[in-house]
Design a protein around this ligand. Structure first.
Ligand SMILES: Cc1ncc(COP(=O)(O)O)c(C=O)c1O
Length: 373
């Protein structure tokens, strides 16, 4: 297949969506009597929002879009607010992939929602596994040549997660750059930066400026707002405008808009920043301590708010944590992650509990081994 470096990225989108007529919302003018949207004129009891929950939210949350763009250092027209970055993944796949015709490339082990949304849309999932290496700092790197080889006329999107969930490792910017160069004009590269705030590396904004790349961010992790469901898709203005027409209007709820605007005040951001510092310190402490636990055979370095560990027996490890009232995530059934468990970094007291549970579980396991010997 020949590369088409100057091709408009929208040519890759589903043609029927490119000609979709956008929905025209009813006017909203603060201070006017609003009899144009079939809303209730009364506030619900207990409604403490500024806008009023009896009113529909804005069709697109413009104020939030402006504030998030400022937060991420991009232009307002380069950002689309989504319900979690999950919705950003969904809208990209819906907008670019026709069922039974188009394909998405993913690099497992990685975030499983790419597979899920591709499946819902009926897009093919092409898997190019991350490369393994005995050196933990090089383990799970991108198979750049493999991804480039897998690119063909059916490929519409390539998902790259950095730092990657669940491996915790950031992708080498040179590898990502090579994939972006090869994909230019042929497929859209999507870089999922959900854990960027926990990483010491730079984001992929410089790369986005050079290539037709999409970046995804989320407020679920760094400002403690997973329950609010707010994400951001950062891309070229033409793509943002197109995707905004594919998203239904009025879906971003008023309480979420108001909560996120509060969380992005400088005081709240200061608190979030301090918490990130604590979590990063705790991540290092946990990694060290877990590395000394006999039941754990490997701890991968992590740039996220979690650690991936390999255990002697993932079921035994997970169950023993559970008996102490601690839930960790088993990845044992995923290709390349035999006996692996992902542990989210908690508060210092929660991490102490985990370490105590793991130490006790270790002695259970040791006595079990002795009893069976
Ligand atoms: C890599 C990655 N991307 C995206 C998401 C989705 O985040 P949200 O929809 O909460 O923004 C997650 C959630 O854990 C994730 O790990």
């Amino acid at each position: 297949m020949t590369a088409a470096p100057n091709r408009d990225i929208l040519e890759l989108a589903r043609p029927e969506l490119r000609s979709l007529i956008p929905y025209t919302p009813g006017r909203y003018e603060p201070g006017s009597v609003r009899l144009n949207a079939n809303e209730s004129p009364y506030r619900a009891p207990g409604d403490a929002t500024a806008r009023g929950l009896n009113r529909y939210p804005p069709p697109r949350p413009q104020a939030l879009q402006e504030r998030l763009a400022e937060q991420y250092g991009v232009a307002t027209k380069e950002l689309l607010v989504t319900r979690g970055s999950s919705e950003a993944i969904d809208v990209l796949i819906r907008a670019f992939c026709a069922a039974r015709r188009d394909a998405v490339i993913v690099c497992p082990p990685t975030f499983d929602m790419y597979r899920l949304y591709a499946g819902i849309q009926g897009a093919d999932l092409v898997q190019v596994p991350l490369l393994r290496n005995d050196d933990p700092s090089m383990d799970f790197s991108l198979d750049t040549a493999g991804v480039i080889d897998a690119l063909n006329d059916r490929t519409k999107l390539i998902f790259i997660c950095s730092p990657n969930n669940p491996t915790g490792i950031s992708m080498d910017p040179e590898d990502v750059n090579s994939i972006c160069r090869a994909a230019r004009g042929r497929a859209l590269v999507v870089i999922d930066e959900a854990y960027m705030e926990f990483s010491s590396g730079p984001d992929f904004e410089a790369l986005r400026q050079r290539h037709a790349v999409v970046r995804l961010r989320t407020l679920s992790k760094f400002v403690s707002l997973a329950g609010v469901r707010c994400g951001a898709l950062i891309a070229a203005p033409r793509l943002i405008e197109f995707l905004a027409n594919v998203l239904p209007p009025y879906t971003f709820p008023t309480p979420s808009i108001e909560m996120v605007l509060k969380a992005l005040s400088s005081d709240s951001l200061g608190v979030s920043g301090e918490r990130i510092t604590v979590l990063r310190r705790e991540r290092a402490r946990l990694a060290n301590a877990l590395g000394a636990v006999p039941e754990i055979t490997r701890v991968w370095p992590s740039e996220g708010n979690f650690l991936l560990v390999e255990t002697r027996d993932a079921n035994r490890f997970t169950e023993s944590a559970r008996r102490s009232g601690i839930l960790v995530r088993m990845f044992a059934n995923h290709t390349g992650l035999k006996n692996c468990v992902r542990i989210t970094v908690g508060r210092p007291d929660q991490n102490d509990l985990l370490l105590a549970a793991v130490a006790a579980g270790g002695s259970d396991a040791a006595s079990e081994v002795k009893n069976h010997a």
